[in-house]
Design a binder for this molecule. Structure first.
Ligand SMILES: Nc1ncnc2c1ncn2[C@@H]1O[C@H](COP(=O)(O)OP(=O)(O)OP(=O)(O)O)[C@@H](O)[C@H]1O
Ligand SMILES: Nc1ccn([C@@H]2O[C@H](COP(=O)(O)O)[C@@H](O)[C@H]2O)c(=O)n1
Length: 234
């Protein structure tokens, strides 16, 4: 039997130890035994940046021009919430608090979506948000990013964008945004540092208008040797 001390070590517990006791069996229940790995020649682009910096906006443009499949970790989690499943109810609690859902849950959803897509070029948006996400993806999927796009934006501008978005998201309110910004600084920036040290992070100034930001994105993709759809490779 697991000791209470072990539960204290589980990260991102919404209400400290008690919620871990409550939710942990859920995460463990559907753990898979055999996991197929993705292939080395797959192109995997992780997309990071604070809440509302414009990740989703830029990803839609990348999909249009470069033919990637866009997998937003936040959207995959929201889809699970909408099923009304027990896991979905648990995810909703984390989202309301601006906290990060345990990595096994996120990575499992990502894996299913990657397999279903039949694509080999993946734009993985809002992931990995912490060291646990990063390590779980390495372990469960066997993937490493080809490159990591990092959208850099001031807190004031991110708050402005989120508050204007107005799409009824449970986490688009001042209280939750402040929590999400804190999580970004404490948990995601160290992941970005990790990839920067590996020479994989490409920081882009996201404070500019959408088209200007996208021109910097295009420059990164041409560095990868990728050309826009409809253009001939010479
Ligand atoms: N460069 C930009 N200039 C001004 N507004 C922008 C820009 N990029 C995105 N926006 C707007 O800001 C809001 C947030 O953008 P978006 O949803 O793409 O951010 P995100 O990083 O995916 O957010 P989240 O992490 O919360 O899911 C949207 O309303 C979008 O239209
Ligand atoms: N790797 C992730 C990504 C997201 N979440 C949760 O979803 C919320 C919204 O995510 P966005 O990418 O749309 O900003 C986020 O605040 C987390 O609650 C997560 O847990 N893990």
């Amino acid at each position: 039997m697991e000791s209470r001390a072990n539960h204290n070590q589980v990260s991102h517990c919404p209400n400290k130890c008690l919620s871990c006791v409550q939710w942990l069996p859920l995460f463990k229940k559907k753990k898979q035994n055999s996991i197929e790995k993705f292939q080395n020649h797959d192109i995997i682009v992780y997309v990071l940046g604070g809440p509302g910096c414009g990740k989703g906006t830029q990803c839609s443009k990348i999909v249009e021009d470069f033919g990637f499949i866009h997998l937003s970790a936040g959207e995959l989690l929201e889809t699970e919430v909408k099923t009304g499943s027990e896991t979905g109810k648990m995810i909703q609690e984390f989202k309301k608090e601006g906290k990060l859902v345990p990595s096994e849950v996120v990575v499992k959803l990502l894996k299913q979506a990657m397999q279903r897509s039949g694509n080999r070029k993946f734009l993985i948006d809002g992931f990995p948000r912490n060291e646990e996400n990063r390590l779980t993806a390495e372990k469960m999927l066997g993937i490493q990013p080809t490159i990591v796009l990092v959208f850099d934006c001031s807190e004031e501008e991110m708050i402005r964008r989120v508050m204007q978005r107005n799409q009824g998201r449970v986490d688009d309110n001042m209280d939750t945004i402040r929590k999400r910004l804190k999580v970004y600084k404490e948990s995601t920036l160290p992941v970005i540092d990790y990839y920067a040290k590996k020479g994989k992070a490409r920081k882009i100034n996201a404070e500019r208008p959408v088209e200007e930001v996208f021109r910097s994105v295009e420059a990164v993709f041409s560095e990868l040797g990728l050309v826009k759809r409809g253009k001939t490779i010479v």
